[in-house]
Design a protein. Structure first.
Length: 552
């Protein structure tokens, strides 16, 4: 058995035969032409045909992978039609009297080299896009047909790297997974793979020496390992894991697309909690009606320096784009306590869970907050983003936040930058916020109850301390009473209230939350469908008749 570690693009387990995908590179010869105008015309016709192909690919990807997955082909078309790109090719044909193929290949190589040498990760990733466009143009110029990759049996694709169009052209019914030697997690191919839900690993560094073809492989997308000729123990373990996954898939198939409506007609929103774009794909796959908690601090935790406004903007915009019409609730930086981050250089605190964390960092270091708000307000022009503030305890905090938001919005607008009017809500995760939720409800658009922190503060039991597990019980009556009270106060003020703490994802409590009138549960993506099943089977009014509030 051989095992290779790679970067996981998409989770899941695939077992099957390995198919190494070689790319047939056609030779491009430089030839002298006497008819430069004729060559330019050939190039223009090829560019038109390539644009048609990209439109068809866009439509295919839109059907299979949604808007975010399809966006790359729109970008390719824009790059293809870009004035500088066209001009550079036509100039080369004209001034050097060369054939169209040569001018396309040279321009593509130069641009790809330029992108590849850039500092910015995102820009470096664009090198593959330029190569993809040149390859497409060359294929048309050389009279080639765009081939869909088809296989006689389901296979694990192993390749040096895959361009976005190669990925989307794969015959999905026959592709179990893919593994690449190179490739970055930021590439559009990776985004596409995630959205399409194909288990995938990139950057495995394995050598494509021709001994892999036809061998049995296992892609453990969750664990990040690619096994070649697995031993019996590994095979058994992976089969077991795959079986569990298939049971979940089964549930998926029957429940996808159903409304979350109880037998007696009560609706509840089932949203997903996510920490990054990868989780977002899982949210879509599990039919989330929205994102109830996007933990934005993970963008800060994964690095040593601050994410810039631009970097944040791009992430928030793609999150909104991926979810389309669905609400995406992005929680502002919730740093501190267990989530320490190098770039903030925070003072060491005696009791960080009750220290300068979350909204307190934002209000005491407003430059950090303003950067995030600018990114959020700009991104909200592209989708249904809502902003949520963590660790609120007082009315003045919200008023201050709203003042800052207004000021940021005005400054953006003064510079002619588009920004939206996102809903603004708060987390109810401190006892103070729960107790004054009647007053807080008048200030905001929604509540989301953070039972993880609410439990630790109500019970005075550190959620990080494993020795306190028995004492830090989220099913404590005090927590349930608080939830009931918060929901009631929200409804009185005409706003909605959800739960995004872990308790909301406990299927044993779904009926109780329905009976309390909770409007939304935001849970880990894998929990959505099991909870939907309970919702569909519940008659809330009957349940209420015999409801033993075991916390009373
Ligand atoms: C919570 O406190 O319940 C919550 C959802 O936030 P976090 O777990 O990120 O603190
Ligand atoms: Mg919290």
């Amino acid at each position: 058995m051989r095992a290779y570690r790679g970067k996981s693009v998409f989770g899941g387990i695939a077992i099957g035969k390995i198919q190494v995908l070689g790319r047939v590179e056609k030779q491009v010869k430089r030839t002298r032409t006497e008819d430069a105008e004729g060559e330019i015309l050939r190039y223009r016709q090829a560019a038109e045909a390539a644009a048609d192909q990209l439109t068809a690919l866009y439509e295919k990807a839109l059907r299979e992978a949604g808007e975010e997955g399809a966006a790359i082909f729109e970008i390719h078309r824009m790059m293809l039609e870009d004035g500088d790109y066209r001009e550079s090719i036509e100039n080369m044909i004209h001034t050097r009297q060369v054939n169209a193929e040569y001018a396309v290949a040279q321009t593509g190589d130069n641009l790809a080299r330029m992108f590849a040498s850039m500092e910015d990760d995102y820009m470096r990733g664009r090198a593959a896009d330029v190569e993809d466009i040149s390859r497409r143009l060359l294929c048309v110029l050389q009279g080639g047909q765009e081939q869909g990759q088809s296989f006689s049996e389901p296979v694990i694709i192993v390749a040096d790297d895959l361009t976005p169009s190669e990925t989307v052209r794969l015959d999905r019914d026959r592709v179990l997974a893919f593994v690449t030697v190179h490739g970055s997690l930021h590439s559009h191919t990776a985004i596409l793979a995630r959205t399409m839900g194909i288990p995938a690993l990139v950057g495995t560094g394995l050598s494509l020496d021709g001994t892999l073809d036809g061998k049995t492989g296992i892609v453990d997308g969750t664990g990040g390992t690619f096994y070649v000729e697995p031993d019996e123990e590994t095979m058994g373990r992976m089969r077991q894991a795959r079986q569990e996954e298939q049971q979940q898939q089964e549930l998926l198939r029957t429940l996808r697309g159903r409304e979350n409506t109880t037998l007696d007609g009560q609706n509840i929103l089932l949203y997903a909690n996510v920490g990054n774009m990868r989780d977002l794909a899982a949210a879509l796959q599990n039919d989330a009606a929205g994102i109830g908690l996007f933990r934005s601090e993970f963008l800060y935790l994964e690095r040593e320096d601050f994410p810039t406004e631009e970097e944040q903007f791009r992430i928030y915009r793609s999150a909104a784009g991926a979810m389309g019409e669905k609400r995406v609730i992005i929680r502002t930086l919730d740093i501190g306590a267990d989530k320490q981050c190098g770039c903030l250089q925070m003072e060491k605190e005696e009791n960080p869970a009750m220290g300068c964390r979350a909204i307190r960092v934002c209000l005491t270091r407003p430059e950090i907050f303003r950067t995030q708000l600018r990114a959020l307000l700009r991104a909200s022009a592209y989708g249904k983003i809502a902003i949520m503030y963590p660790m609120i305890t007082s009315v003045w905090e919200i008023r201050k936040i709203k003042e800052i938001v207004e000021e940021v919005r005005m400054r953006l607008r003064a510079r002619g930058i588009a920004c939206g009017e996102p809903e603004q809500g708060i987390m109810i995760e401190t006892p103070a916020a729960a107790i004054i939720s009647d007053r807080l409800a008048k200030e905001v658009d929604f509540f989301s109850i953070g039972t993880n922190d609410l439990t630790q503060f109500l019970l005075a039991a550190d959620r990080q301390n494993a020795a306190l597990d028995a004492f830090c019980d989220p099913r404590h009556p005090a927590v349930f009473r608080m939830i009931e009270q918060v929901v009631e106060n929200a409804h009185r003020a005409g706003i909605w209230a959800g739960i995004c703490g872990e308790l909301g994802g406990d299927p044993e409590l779904t009926r109780d939350f329905l009976a309390m009138g909770v409007d939304e549960l935001s849970v880990s993506p894998g929990r959505i469908l099991p909870i939907r099943k309970i919702v569909l089977e519940t008659d809330v009014s009957r349940y209420r008749e015999t409801w033993q509030k075991n916390w009373e």
